[in-house]
Design a protein around this ligand. Sequence first.
Ligand SMILES: [Zn+2]
Length: 200
Amino acid sequence: MYSSSPKKGFLEVICGPMFSGKSEELIRRLRRAQIGQQSVISFNPGIDTRTPSHKIASHNGTSFQAVTIQSPEQMMNFITTTHNVIGIDEAQFFSADLVNIICDLIDSGKRVIVTGLNLDFKAVPFGTIPLLMAIADTVTKLSAICVLCGNDAYLTQRIVNNEPAKFDDPIIKPGAQESYQARCRSCHVIDKKPLWQKTL
Ligand SMILES: [Zn+2]
């Protein structure tokens, strides 16, 4: 149902490769809102084994309380009219239903802040993040540092048995940090390029 609320909300997307500080940036924005006396709630997907204990955790050790959910619909069991700000971490792991739910939240006046990998290890746009980036009011694209050359890294390298993963290797569960590296485009190794006309 399209909201008739005169005051719409806002969508902010924080994206980038692994180790670029996306969760850290989300936590910073959520804490800032809390300090401003705003009502904040945040969510993360249950499949991220790095954060099993109902919190958003960044690689630098900061964390923020979160409701761990399996599907985006579950968010509606927790979000109330009093919440001003909604954080969603690792959104690339949620189903496409997330997009409609976020649009409804924005229409009802919520400020929604989403993090996610915009590209998977194959350098292919990941899940709903590209769509959310298009819809968003602001997009913050973070970079990491390439572990091989030190340049800015916008890609995630998957390593399997000390070798670069193949394009057709299945995406496995996240959280195995030793299996992924941030790399620049020059140092990123993948055996195939995506055929865009088939993926669009
Ligand atoms: Zn590099």
